[in-house]
Design a protein around this ligand. Sequence first.
Ligand code: FE
Length: 134
Amino acid sequence: MADIPETEEGWKKKLSSKQYEILRLKATERPFTGELLHNKEKGVYACAGCGQELFSSEAKFDSGTGWPSFCKPIKEENIDKKPDYAPGAERTEVLCSRCRGHLGHVFDDGPGPAGKRYCINSAALEFRKKEKED
Ligand code: FE
């Protein structure tokens, strides 16, 4: 697995400027601009910061919001959730539990029994295509 930089300078070297703004500075990419929004291939979405596996393609759905959306993480322990008290928008921030990178937010209006919608920035993710069908 990739190393986790110890300084912000290290992160700046490792990440693209877009990835840095999202993962480290908690920016949000513009809707309908992310490279992985319409990706329908089978595989795993890993953290673009540290490589930890975060979401399976099986959990991906089209939420119509303009960001890749997932109904659940691969493992609950791979993500952290934190209340985000942005003015006028009460929401829960989603972070990678390994490198603490900002991924996006989770909302309670998702499909299925759990009803969760993980709204994640494309640039915070790295897609790993599954090579073979099992
Ligand atoms: Fe990470």
